[in-house]
Design a protein around this ligand. Sequence first.
Ligand code: CMP
Length: 140
Amino acid sequence: MPEQTFLMIKPDGVKRRLVGDILIKLEKKGLKIVAMKMLQITRELAEIHYQEHRGKGFYEELIKFITSGPVVAMVLEGEGIVEIIRNFAGKTNPKEAGCGTIRGDYAYDLTQNVVHTSDSIVSAKREIINFFEKAEILGK
Ligand code: CMP
């Protein structure tokens, strides 16, 4: 099975009309999107997705934000795609994210940082299952 990762354009990215810009960057780099949808995240899904952050100081703000409006979720596929997409997004803290990365170019806030990306192959598998049915992922 080819390597896959999960990328989500967060509510701030959708509200700010950054979906098109982000898709253009992904496609111009030659990356392959194998699933994509727009959805409103429920509190239940948010708690599953961000389970590792439960109890942290920023958790409630994060759950409130991620459920505040529609997001665009997608699956990308290719060799080394987890690391490629992590680098594409830039560091979590937008103030540390490099120029040319999504957070470096478009974000200034630690919570409202435009995109979420999987941080490992293991978390990518878990996150993809949380958001997509098998039949929604169009491989090959
Ligand atoms: P994300 O990649 O979606 O994973 C967890 C999110 O928590 C992160 O991006 C940030 O949007 C948010 N967050 C808010 N505060 C912090 C913090 N202090 N450290 C890490 N993540 C934070």
